[in-house]
Design a protein around this ligand. Sequence first.
Ligand SMILES: NC(=O)c1ccc[n+]([C@@H]2O[C@H](COP(=O)([O-])OP(=O)(O)OC[C@H]3O[C@@H](n4cnc5c(N)ncnc54)[C@H](OP(=O)(O)O)[C@@H]3O)[C@@H](O)[C@H]2O)c1
Length: 492
Amino acid sequence: MATLQKVVRSTVIDAPVERVWEVLRDFNSHDRWHDVVERSRIEGGERPDQVGCVRAFTLRDGNRIREQLLALSDEEHRSTYCIVEATVPLLRYVATLTLKRVTDGDRTFWHWESTFATPPGRERELSAMVARDVYEAGFENLRRHLLGGTGREAAPRGTWTSIASAAAVETREVRVSRYGEPEVLEPAVGTCPPPRDGELRIRQRAIGVNYLDVYLRRGWIPHMLPVPGIPGMEAAGSVLDAGPGVSGFLPRDRVAYLCAQPGAYASVRCVPADCVVRLPDAVDDETAAALLLKGATADYLLRDLGRVGRGTRLLVHAAAGGVGLVLCSWARHLGATVMGTVSSDEKARVAREHGCEHVVVTADYRFAEAVHRVCGGADVIVDGLGDAAADENFAALAPGGHWISLGQASGPLRPIDPNRLVEKSASFSRPAVFHYVSTAAMLRERAQRVWDALASGAVRVPPVGRYALDAAAQAHADLESRSTIGPLVLVA
Ligand SMILES: NC(=O)c1ccc[n+]([C@@H]2O[C@H](COP(=O)([O-])OP(=O)(O)OC[C@H]3O[C@@H](n4cnc5c(N)ncnc54)[C@H](OP(=O)(O)O)[C@@H]3O)[C@@H](O)[C@H]2O)c1
Protein backbone atom coordinates (compact mmCIF):
# COMPACT_ATOMS: atom_id res chain seq x y z
CA MET A 1 0.00 0.00 0.00
CA ALA A 2 1.31 3.50 -0.86
CA THR A 3 2.69 5.61 2.01
CA LEU A 4 0.43 8.40 3.12
CA GLN A 5 1.48 11.95 2.40
CA LYS A 6 0.96 14.51 5.11
CA VAL A 7 0.54 18.22 4.40
CA VAL A 8 0.39 20.78 7.20
CA ARG A 9 -0.02 24.52 6.85
CA SER A 10 -0.96 27.26 9.29
CA THR A 11 -1.39 31.00 9.35
CA VAL A 12 -2.70 33.86 11.42
CA ILE A 13 -5.77 35.72 10.20
CA ASP A 14 -6.37 39.28 11.29
CA ALA A 15 -9.97 38.70 12.43
CA PRO A 16 -11.65 37.32 15.56
CA VAL A 17 -12.02 33.57 15.72
CA GLU A 18 -15.83 33.84 15.73
CA ARG A 19 -15.77 35.69 12.41
CA VAL A 20 -13.45 33.18 10.73
CA TRP A 21 -15.35 30.23 12.13
CA GLU A 22 -18.66 31.67 10.94
CA VAL A 23 -17.38 31.25 7.39
CA LEU A 24 -15.51 27.97 7.74
CA ARG A 25 -18.11 26.04 9.71
CA ASP A 26 -20.35 26.37 6.66
CA PHE A 27 -19.21 23.34 4.68
CA ASN A 28 -20.68 24.86 1.53
CA SER A 29 -19.07 28.32 1.76
CA HIS A 30 -15.87 27.64 -0.15
CA ASP A 31 -17.21 28.63 -3.59
CA ARG A 32 -17.71 32.11 -2.13
CA TRP A 33 -14.15 32.61 -0.94
CA HIS A 34 -11.73 30.02 -2.39
CA ASP A 35 -10.49 30.99 -5.82
CA VAL A 36 -10.20 27.48 -7.23
CA VAL A 37 -13.77 26.40 -6.44
CA GLU A 38 -16.18 27.17 -9.23
CA ARG A 39 -19.45 26.12 -7.56
CA SER A 40 -20.53 23.91 -4.71
CA ARG A 41 -23.76 22.42 -3.41
CA ILE A 42 -24.79 20.23 -0.50
CA GLU A 43 -26.38 17.02 -1.68
CA GLY A 44 -29.83 15.92 -0.57
CA GLY A 45 -30.83 19.31 0.84
CA GLU A 46 -29.00 18.75 4.16
CA ARG A 47 -27.71 21.62 6.28
CA PRO A 48 -24.10 22.61 5.50
CA ASP A 49 -23.09 22.06 9.14
CA GLN A 50 -24.76 18.67 9.45
CA VAL A 51 -22.15 15.96 10.15
CA GLY A 52 -22.40 13.43 7.34
CA CYS A 53 -23.49 15.94 4.71
CA VAL A 54 -21.73 15.77 1.33
CA ARG A 55 -20.62 18.79 -0.68
CA ALA A 56 -20.30 18.27 -4.44
CA PHE A 57 -18.16 20.90 -6.11
CA THR A 58 -16.51 21.74 -9.40
CA LEU A 59 -13.06 23.24 -9.70
CA ARG A 60 -12.34 25.95 -12.19
CA ASP A 61 -10.67 23.51 -14.57
CA GLY A 62 -13.76 21.29 -14.63
CA ASN A 63 -12.59 18.66 -12.12
CA ARG A 64 -15.31 17.41 -9.78
CA ILE A 65 -14.97 16.44 -6.12
CA ARG A 66 -17.41 15.10 -3.46
CA GLU A 67 -16.39 15.56 0.16
CA GLN A 68 -18.12 14.45 3.34
CA LEU A 69 -18.16 16.33 6.64
CA LEU A 70 -16.97 13.81 9.28
CA ALA A 71 -16.89 15.97 12.41
CA LEU A 72 -17.67 19.53 13.43
CA SER A 73 -16.97 21.10 16.84
CA ASP A 74 -18.16 24.63 17.60
CA GLU A 75 -16.38 24.48 20.97
CA GLU A 76 -13.02 23.63 19.47
CA HIS A 77 -13.58 25.45 16.15
CA ARG A 78 -12.63 22.30 14.29
CA SER A 79 -13.97 20.40 11.30
CA THR A 80 -12.82 17.18 9.67
CA TYR A 81 -13.81 15.96 6.23
CA CYS A 82 -12.76 13.47 3.58
CA ILE A 83 -12.95 13.01 -0.17
CA VAL A 84 -15.48 10.36 -1.11
CA GLU A 85 -15.17 10.68 -4.88
CA ALA A 86 -13.03 12.82 -7.19
CA THR A 87 -11.73 13.16 -10.70
CA VAL A 88 -8.37 14.13 -9.18
CA PRO A 89 -5.96 11.47 -7.87
CA LEU A 90 -6.02 12.29 -4.13
CA LEU A 91 -6.71 8.94 -2.48
CA ARG A 92 -7.97 8.41 1.09
CA TYR A 93 -7.80 12.17 1.61
CA VAL A 94 -8.79 13.27 5.13
CA ALA A 95 -8.37 16.88 6.25
CA THR A 96 -8.87 18.78 9.50
CA LEU A 97 -8.95 22.49 10.01
CA THR A 98 -8.71 24.00 13.48
CA LEU A 99 -8.97 27.60 14.63
CA LYS A 100 -7.55 29.03 17.85
CA ARG A 101 -7.86 32.47 19.33
CA VAL A 102 -4.53 34.34 19.36
CA THR A 103 -4.06 35.61 22.88
CA ASP A 104 -2.57 39.01 22.06
CA GLY A 105 -5.61 40.40 20.27
CA ASP A 106 -8.53 39.76 17.97
CA ARG A 107 -6.68 37.41 15.71
CA THR A 108 -7.07 33.76 14.75
CA PHE A 109 -4.55 30.97 14.36
CA TRP A 110 -5.66 28.62 11.56
CA HIS A 111 -4.14 25.15 11.29
CA TRP A 112 -4.99 22.99 8.26
CA GLU A 113 -3.68 19.50 7.72
CA SER A 114 -4.41 16.41 5.67
CA THR A 115 -3.21 12.93 4.85
CA PHE A 116 -3.69 11.19 1.53
CA ALA A 117 -2.14 8.74 -0.91
CA THR A 118 -1.25 9.47 -4.53
CA PRO A 119 -0.48 7.45 -7.65
CA PRO A 120 3.21 6.38 -7.65
CA GLY A 121 5.60 9.12 -8.74
CA ARG A 122 3.18 12.01 -8.14
CA GLU A 123 3.73 12.38 -4.40
CA ARG A 124 5.73 15.62 -4.53
CA GLU A 125 3.64 17.27 -7.21
CA LEU A 126 0.34 16.58 -5.46
CA SER A 127 1.63 17.41 -1.99
CA ALA A 128 2.93 20.73 -3.30
CA MET A 129 -0.37 21.36 -4.99
CA VAL A 130 -2.40 20.74 -1.82
CA ALA A 131 -0.02 22.85 0.29
CA ARG A 132 0.23 25.79 -2.02
CA ASP A 133 -2.84 25.85 -4.16
CA VAL A 134 -5.45 24.62 -1.71
CA TYR A 135 -4.16 25.71 1.72
CA GLU A 136 -1.87 28.70 1.18
CA ALA A 137 -4.08 30.14 -1.56
CA GLY A 138 -7.10 29.43 0.67
CA PHE A 139 -5.56 31.44 3.52
CA GLU A 140 -5.05 34.40 1.20
CA ASN A 141 -8.47 34.07 -0.38
CA LEU A 142 -10.24 33.97 2.99
CA ARG A 143 -8.27 37.01 4.17
CA ARG A 144 -9.48 38.98 1.18
CA HIS A 145 -12.99 37.68 1.61
CA LEU A 146 -13.10 38.88 5.22
CA LEU A 147 -11.51 42.20 4.38
CA GLY A 148 -13.41 43.21 1.31
CA GLY A 149 -16.54 41.19 1.72
CA THR A 150 -16.81 41.36 -2.06
CA GLY A 151 -16.13 37.70 -2.58
CA ARG A 152 -13.89 36.16 -5.19
CA GLU A 153 -13.67 39.19 -7.43
CA ALA A 154 -11.50 40.70 -4.73
CA ALA A 155 -9.36 37.61 -4.36
CA PRO A 156 -5.73 37.74 -5.44
CA ARG A 157 -4.76 35.77 -8.48
CA GLY A 158 -4.59 32.16 -7.44
CA THR A 159 -1.44 30.14 -7.32
CA TRP A 160 -3.38 27.04 -8.03
CA THR A 161 -1.85 24.46 -10.29
CA SER A 162 -4.12 22.12 -12.14
CA ILE A 163 -3.87 18.51 -11.16
CA ALA A 164 -5.78 17.40 -14.19
CA SER A 165 -2.63 17.62 -16.24
CA ALA A 166 -1.60 14.00 -16.53
CA ALA A 167 -3.27 13.58 -19.90
CA ALA A 168 -2.07 14.61 -23.33
CA VAL A 169 -4.74 16.39 -25.34
CA GLU A 170 -5.38 16.42 -29.06
CA THR A 171 -4.20 19.44 -30.97
CA ARG A 172 -4.58 20.61 -34.55
CA GLU A 173 -1.28 21.92 -35.80
CA VAL A 174 0.54 23.06 -38.91
CA ARG A 175 3.87 21.38 -39.53
CA VAL A 176 6.88 21.99 -41.72
CA SER A 177 8.55 18.69 -42.60
CA ARG A 178 10.92 20.18 -45.21
CA TYR A 179 11.92 23.77 -45.91
CA GLY A 180 10.40 25.47 -48.93
CA GLU A 181 7.50 27.39 -50.40
CA PRO A 182 4.21 27.96 -48.51
CA GLU A 183 2.91 24.50 -49.56
CA VAL A 184 5.28 22.86 -47.11
CA LEU A 185 2.96 24.09 -44.33
CA GLU A 186 0.78 21.05 -43.74
CA PRO A 187 -2.14 20.76 -41.32
CA ALA A 188 -2.02 17.69 -39.07
CA VAL A 189 -3.48 16.30 -35.88
CA GLY A 190 -1.09 15.82 -32.98
CA THR A 191 -1.06 15.59 -29.21
CA CYS A 192 0.00 18.20 -26.71
CA PRO A 193 1.66 16.64 -23.64
CA PRO A 194 0.91 17.83 -20.10
CA PRO A 195 2.71 21.01 -19.08
CA ARG A 196 6.14 20.46 -17.52
CA ASP A 197 7.80 22.41 -14.73
CA GLY A 198 7.18 26.12 -15.20
CA GLU A 199 4.87 25.67 -18.19
CA LEU A 200 1.30 26.56 -18.98
CA ARG A 201 -0.81 24.58 -21.40
CA ILE A 202 -2.87 26.98 -23.52
CA ARG A 203 -5.96 26.51 -25.64
CA GLN A 204 -5.11 28.85 -28.48
CA ARG A 205 -7.77 30.75 -30.37
CA ALA A 206 -5.72 33.19 -32.44
CA ILE A 207 -2.13 32.84 -33.60
CA GLY A 208 -0.02 35.72 -34.86
CA VAL A 209 1.67 35.38 -38.25
CA ASN A 210 5.03 37.13 -38.48
CA TYR A 211 7.45 37.57 -41.32
CA LEU A 212 9.92 35.64 -39.21
CA ASP A 213 7.69 32.58 -39.73
CA VAL A 214 8.43 32.87 -43.46
CA TYR A 215 12.19 32.92 -42.87
CA LEU A 216 11.87 29.86 -40.66
CA ARG A 217 9.72 28.00 -43.18
CA ARG A 218 12.26 28.74 -45.90
CA GLY A 219 15.04 27.31 -43.74
CA TRP A 220 16.93 30.61 -43.38
CA ILE A 221 17.37 30.11 -39.61
CA PRO A 222 17.51 26.31 -39.26
CA HIS A 223 18.72 26.29 -35.66
CA MET A 224 15.50 28.05 -34.67
CA LEU A 225 13.20 25.70 -36.57
CA PRO A 226 14.73 22.32 -37.28
CA VAL A 227 12.46 20.12 -39.41
CA PRO A 228 10.09 18.55 -38.79
CA GLY A 229 8.84 21.46 -36.72
CA ILE A 230 5.96 23.81 -36.05
CA PRO A 231 6.42 27.54 -36.76
CA GLY A 232 4.85 30.47 -34.94
CA MET A 233 6.06 32.65 -32.09
CA GLU A 234 2.88 34.03 -30.51
CA ALA A 235 -0.76 33.28 -29.80
CA ALA A 236 -3.69 34.15 -27.56
CA GLY A 237 -6.29 31.99 -25.87
CA SER A 238 -6.95 30.64 -22.40
CA VAL A 239 -5.07 28.60 -19.82
CA LEU A 240 -5.99 24.92 -19.72
CA ASP A 241 -3.67 23.87 -16.91
CA ALA A 242 -0.22 24.43 -15.43
CA GLY A 243 2.85 22.42 -14.62
CA PRO A 244 4.51 22.37 -11.19
CA GLY A 245 6.01 25.62 -9.99
CA VAL A 246 3.74 27.97 -11.91
CA SER A 247 2.03 30.72 -9.98
CA GLY A 248 -0.18 33.61 -10.89
CA PHE A 249 -2.35 31.89 -13.48
CA LEU A 250 -5.63 30.02 -13.22
CA PRO A 251 -7.42 27.77 -15.66
CA ARG A 252 -9.50 29.81 -18.09
CA ASP A 253 -7.42 32.94 -17.58
CA ARG A 254 -7.31 34.78 -20.89
CA VAL A 255 -3.68 35.04 -21.94
CA ALA A 256 -1.30 35.74 -24.80
CA TYR A 257 2.33 34.81 -25.18
CA LEU A 258 5.41 35.68 -27.17
CA CYS A 259 8.14 33.10 -27.13
CA ALA A 260 11.52 32.64 -28.82
CA GLN A 261 10.75 28.96 -29.27
CA PRO A 262 8.55 28.35 -32.36
CA GLY A 263 5.51 26.09 -32.16
CA ALA A 264 2.51 28.44 -32.07
CA TYR A 265 0.72 27.12 -35.19
CA ALA A 266 -1.44 24.79 -33.11
CA SER A 267 -4.77 24.75 -31.29
CA VAL A 268 -3.19 23.66 -27.97
CA ARG A 269 0.38 24.29 -26.84
CA CYS A 270 2.61 24.30 -23.74
CA VAL A 271 4.83 27.36 -23.23
CA PRO A 272 7.00 28.65 -20.39
CA ALA A 273 4.83 30.73 -18.07
CA ASP A 274 7.46 33.49 -18.22
CA CYS A 275 6.45 34.14 -21.84
CA VAL A 276 2.78 34.55 -20.98
CA VAL A 277 0.80 37.66 -20.05
CA ARG A 278 -2.78 37.89 -18.88
CA LEU A 279 -5.07 39.85 -21.18
CA PRO A 280 -7.22 42.78 -20.18
CA ASP A 281 -10.93 42.35 -21.03
CA ALA A 282 -10.69 45.11 -23.60
CA VAL A 283 -8.16 43.20 -25.73
CA ASP A 284 -9.71 40.30 -27.63
CA ASP A 285 -7.78 37.21 -28.67
CA GLU A 286 -7.33 38.23 -32.29
CA THR A 287 -6.07 41.70 -31.44
CA ALA A 288 -3.69 40.23 -28.87
CA ALA A 289 -2.28 37.65 -31.28
CA ALA A 290 -2.01 40.27 -34.01
CA LEU A 291 -0.24 42.83 -31.85
CA LEU A 292 1.73 41.33 -28.98
CA LEU A 293 4.95 40.67 -30.89
CA LYS A 294 4.51 43.56 -33.29
CA GLY A 295 3.52 45.99 -30.54
CA ALA A 296 6.43 44.91 -28.33
CA THR A 297 8.69 45.41 -31.34
CA ALA A 298 7.36 48.90 -31.96
CA ASP A 299 7.79 49.64 -28.25
CA TYR A 300 11.48 48.72 -28.08
CA LEU A 301 12.21 50.36 -31.44
CA LEU A 302 10.61 53.68 -30.57
CA ARG A 303 11.42 53.83 -26.88
CA ASP A 304 14.74 52.08 -26.41
CA LEU A 305 16.64 51.66 -29.63
CA GLY A 306 15.45 54.53 -31.83
CA ARG A 307 14.64 56.96 -28.99
CA VAL A 308 11.98 58.44 -31.18
CA GLY A 309 10.33 61.63 -29.93
CA ARG A 310 9.12 65.03 -30.99
CA GLY A 311 10.74 66.05 -34.25
CA THR A 312 12.54 62.74 -34.95
CA ARG A 313 12.58 62.13 -38.69
CA LEU A 314 11.54 58.49 -38.88
CA LEU A 315 11.42 56.36 -42.02
CA VAL A 316 9.31 53.19 -41.76
CA HIS A 317 9.45 50.63 -44.53
CA ALA A 318 6.45 48.43 -45.30
CA ALA A 319 4.50 51.18 -43.54
CA ALA A 320 1.16 49.42 -44.13
CA GLY A 321 2.42 46.07 -42.83
CA GLY A 322 1.90 44.51 -39.41
CA VAL A 323 4.77 46.21 -37.63
CA GLY A 324 4.59 49.23 -39.95
CA LEU A 325 1.08 50.42 -39.04
CA VAL A 326 1.77 50.19 -35.30
CA LEU A 327 5.05 52.06 -35.70
CA CYS A 328 3.47 54.82 -37.77
CA SER A 329 0.61 55.59 -35.42
CA TRP A 330 2.68 55.34 -32.23
CA ALA A 331 5.54 57.43 -33.62
CA ARG A 332 3.15 60.09 -34.83
CA HIS A 333 1.60 60.19 -31.37
CA LEU A 334 5.10 60.75 -29.96
CA GLY A 335 5.52 63.75 -32.22
CA ALA A 336 7.85 62.27 -34.85
CA THR A 337 7.84 63.23 -38.50
CA VAL A 338 6.76 59.91 -39.98
CA MET A 339 7.72 58.88 -43.50
CA GLY A 340 6.98 55.48 -44.96
CA THR A 341 7.35 53.32 -48.03
CA VAL A 342 4.61 51.09 -49.43
CA SER A 343 4.11 49.30 -52.73
CA SER A 344 0.56 50.37 -53.65
CA ASP A 345 -1.86 53.29 -53.50
CA GLU A 346 -4.25 51.27 -51.34
CA LYS A 347 -1.47 50.66 -48.81
CA ALA A 348 -0.58 54.36 -48.96
CA ARG A 349 -4.14 55.25 -47.97
CA VAL A 350 -4.11 52.93 -44.94
CA ALA A 351 -0.62 54.04 -43.88
CA ARG A 352 -1.78 57.68 -43.95
CA GLU A 353 -4.84 56.80 -41.84
CA HIS A 354 -2.40 55.36 -39.31
CA GLY A 355 -0.26 58.45 -38.98
CA CYS A 356 2.24 58.14 -41.82
CA GLU A 357 2.43 61.76 -42.99
CA HIS A 358 4.70 61.30 -45.99
CA VAL A 359 4.18 58.13 -47.99
CA VAL A 360 6.45 57.04 -50.83
CA VAL A 361 4.79 54.52 -53.14
CA THR A 362 7.51 52.32 -54.57
CA ALA A 363 7.66 48.62 -55.32
CA ASP A 364 11.33 48.70 -56.29
CA TYR A 365 12.97 50.25 -53.25
CA ARG A 366 13.57 53.78 -54.61
CA PHE A 367 12.92 56.28 -51.84
CA ALA A 368 16.13 58.09 -50.76
CA GLU A 369 15.59 61.10 -52.99
CA ALA A 370 12.00 61.53 -51.79
CA VAL A 371 13.12 61.36 -48.16
CA HIS A 372 15.70 64.09 -48.68
CA ARG A 373 13.14 66.21 -50.48
CA VAL A 374 10.65 65.92 -47.61
CA CYS A 375 12.94 66.53 -44.66
CA GLY A 376 16.62 66.41 -45.55
CA GLY A 377 17.22 62.79 -44.49
CA ALA A 378 16.09 60.29 -41.85
CA ASP A 379 17.32 60.28 -38.25
CA VAL A 380 16.03 56.75 -37.77
CA ILE A 381 15.22 54.12 -40.39
CA VAL A 382 13.26 51.01 -39.44
CA ASP A 383 14.12 48.59 -42.20
CA GLY A 384 12.42 45.24 -42.60
CA LEU A 385 13.27 45.10 -46.30
CA GLY A 386 16.85 43.86 -46.22
CA ASP A 387 19.17 43.51 -49.14
CA ALA A 388 17.31 45.13 -52.04
CA ALA A 389 16.99 48.41 -50.13
CA ALA A 390 20.45 48.57 -48.56
CA ASP A 391 22.03 51.26 -50.74
CA GLU A 392 18.91 53.44 -50.71
CA ASN A 393 18.73 53.17 -46.93
CA PHE A 394 22.25 54.39 -46.55
CA ALA A 395 21.55 57.21 -48.97
CA ALA A 396 18.37 58.19 -47.09
CA LEU A 397 20.14 58.55 -43.72
CA ALA A 398 20.73 62.02 -42.32
CA PRO A 399 24.14 62.73 -40.75
CA GLY A 400 24.26 60.96 -37.37
CA GLY A 401 21.36 58.78 -38.44
CA HIS A 402 20.57 55.32 -37.09
CA TRP A 403 19.76 52.50 -39.51
CA ILE A 404 17.88 49.74 -37.73
CA SER A 405 17.90 46.58 -39.78
CA LEU A 406 14.87 44.72 -38.51
CA GLY A 407 14.30 42.07 -41.12
CA GLN A 408 14.97 40.89 -44.62
CA ALA A 409 11.75 40.53 -46.62
CA SER A 410 13.64 41.13 -49.88
CA GLY A 411 16.55 38.86 -48.93
CA PRO A 412 19.35 38.67 -46.36
CA LEU A 413 21.42 41.82 -46.02
CA ARG A 414 24.98 41.60 -47.27
CA PRO A 415 27.66 42.49 -44.70
CA ILE A 416 27.87 46.20 -43.91
CA ASP A 417 31.35 47.72 -44.01
CA PRO A 418 31.74 49.61 -40.71
CA ASN A 419 34.08 52.07 -42.44
CA ARG A 420 31.23 53.15 -44.63
CA LEU A 421 29.24 54.37 -41.63
CA VAL A 422 31.84 57.06 -40.93
CA GLU A 423 30.76 58.93 -44.06
CA LYS A 424 27.66 60.00 -42.10
CA SER A 425 28.70 59.24 -38.52
CA ALA A 426 25.88 56.74 -38.87
CA SER A 427 25.05 53.85 -36.60
CA PHE A 428 23.68 50.46 -37.49
CA SER A 429 21.69 47.99 -35.35
CA ARG A 430 20.44 44.49 -36.00
CA PRO A 431 18.07 43.78 -33.08
CA ALA A 432 15.70 40.92 -32.30
CA VAL A 433 12.56 41.42 -30.23
CA PHE A 434 13.25 38.36 -28.07
CA HIS A 435 16.14 40.13 -26.34
CA TYR A 436 13.81 42.95 -25.41
CA VAL A 437 11.26 40.66 -23.71
CA SER A 438 13.71 38.19 -22.23
CA THR A 439 12.27 38.26 -18.70
CA ALA A 440 8.69 37.94 -17.54
CA ALA A 441 8.85 41.48 -16.14
CA MET A 442 10.13 42.97 -19.41
CA LEU A 443 7.42 41.22 -21.38
CA ARG A 444 4.69 42.28 -18.97
CA GLU A 445 5.84 45.90 -19.08
CA ARG A 446 6.00 46.05 -22.85
CA ALA A 447 2.68 44.26 -23.25
CA GLN A 448 1.04 46.66 -20.81
CA ARG A 449 2.38 49.64 -22.74
CA VAL A 450 0.91 48.18 -25.93
CA TRP A 451 -2.53 47.60 -24.35
CA ASP A 452 -2.41 51.09 -22.82
CA ALA A 453 -1.49 52.59 -26.16
CA LEU A 454 -4.44 50.82 -27.81
CA ALA A 455 -6.78 51.97 -25.05
CA SER A 456 -5.64 55.61 -25.23
CA GLY A 457 -5.64 55.70 -29.02
CA ALA A 458 -1.87 56.31 -29.20
CA VAL A 459 -1.86 53.18 -31.35
CA ARG A 460 -4.76 52.86 -33.72
CA VAL A 461 -6.08 49.30 -34.03
CA PRO A 462 -5.01 48.11 -37.50
CA PRO A 463 -7.10 46.00 -39.86
CA VAL A 464 -6.36 42.34 -39.09
CA GLY A 465 -6.30 39.68 -41.85
CA ARG A 466 -7.90 36.42 -40.60
CA TYR A 467 -7.18 32.91 -41.87
CA ALA A 468 -8.19 29.50 -40.56
CA LEU A 469 -5.30 27.65 -38.92
CA ASP A 470 -5.45 25.06 -41.70
CA ALA A 471 -4.99 27.86 -44.24
CA ALA A 472 -1.57 28.90 -42.90
CA ALA A 473 -0.02 28.23 -46.33
CA GLN A 474 -2.38 30.76 -47.91
CA ALA A 475 -1.53 33.32 -45.23
CA HIS A 476 2.18 32.89 -45.98
CA ALA A 477 1.62 33.10 -49.74
CA ASP A 478 -0.34 36.32 -49.32
CA LEU A 479 2.26 37.83 -46.96
CA GLU A 480 5.07 37.10 -49.40
CA SER A 481 3.09 38.45 -52.35
CA ARG A 482 3.12 41.91 -50.72
CA SER A 483 -0.68 42.04 -51.00
CA THR A 484 -1.55 42.07 -47.28
CA ILE A 485 -2.30 45.14 -45.20
CA GLY A 486 -1.84 45.08 -41.43
CA PRO A 487 -1.11 42.03 -39.28
CA LEU A 488 -2.39 38.51 -40.01
CA VAL A 489 -3.73 35.91 -37.60
CA LEU A 490 -4.65 32.24 -37.87
CA VAL A 491 -7.86 31.37 -36.09
CA ALA A 492 -7.83 27.96 -34.35
N1 LIG B 1 13.92 42.02 -35.50
C1 LIG B 1 12.77 42.11 -34.87
O1 LIG B 1 12.69 42.27 -33.63
C2 LIG B 1 11.51 42.03 -35.70
C3 LIG B 1 10.26 41.90 -35.06
C4 LIG B 1 9.12 41.90 -35.86
C5 LIG B 1 9.23 42.04 -37.24
N2 LIG B 1 10.46 42.12 -37.81
C6 LIG B 1 10.63 42.33 -39.26
O2 LIG B 1 9.83 43.45 -39.62
C7 LIG B 1 9.39 43.30 -40.96
C8 LIG B 1 7.88 43.42 -41.01
O3 LIG B 1 7.32 42.25 -40.41
P1 LIG B 1 5.76 41.97 -40.43
O4 LIG B 1 5.57 40.62 -39.83
O5 LIG B 1 5.02 43.13 -39.88
O6 LIG B 1 5.45 41.85 -42.00
P2 LIG B 1 4.66 42.88 -42.94
O7 LIG B 1 5.29 44.20 -42.86
O8 LIG B 1 3.21 42.79 -42.66
O9 LIG B 1 4.89 42.24 -44.36
C9 LIG B 1 6.08 42.41 -45.05
C10 LIG B 1 6.03 43.62 -45.98
O10 LIG B 1 7.33 43.82 -46.48
C11 LIG B 1 7.24 44.50 -47.70
N3 LIG B 1 8.14 43.89 -48.69
C12 LIG B 1 9.06 44.57 -49.37
N4 LIG B 1 9.72 43.77 -50.21
C13 LIG B 1 9.21 42.55 -50.08
C14 LIG B 1 9.48 41.32 -50.70
N5 LIG B 1 10.43 41.18 -51.62
N6 LIG B 1 8.73 40.26 -50.34
C15 LIG B 1 7.78 40.38 -49.41
N7 LIG B 1 7.48 41.54 -48.77
C16 LIG B 1 8.19 42.63 -49.11
C17 LIG B 1 5.80 44.42 -48.16
O11 LIG B 1 5.23 45.72 -48.02
P3 LIG B 1 5.25 46.70 -49.30
O12 LIG B 1 4.70 45.87 -50.42
O13 LIG B 1 4.37 47.80 -48.92
O14 LIG B 1 6.68 47.09 -49.51
C18 LIG B 1 5.17 43.45 -47.20
O15 LIG B 1 3.79 43.71 -47.01
C19 LIG B 1 9.92 41.94 -41.43
O16 LIG B 1 11.15 42.16 -42.10
C20 LIG B 1 10.17 41.19 -40.13
O17 LIG B 1 11.14 40.20 -40.28
C21 LIG B 1 11.59 42.10 -37.04
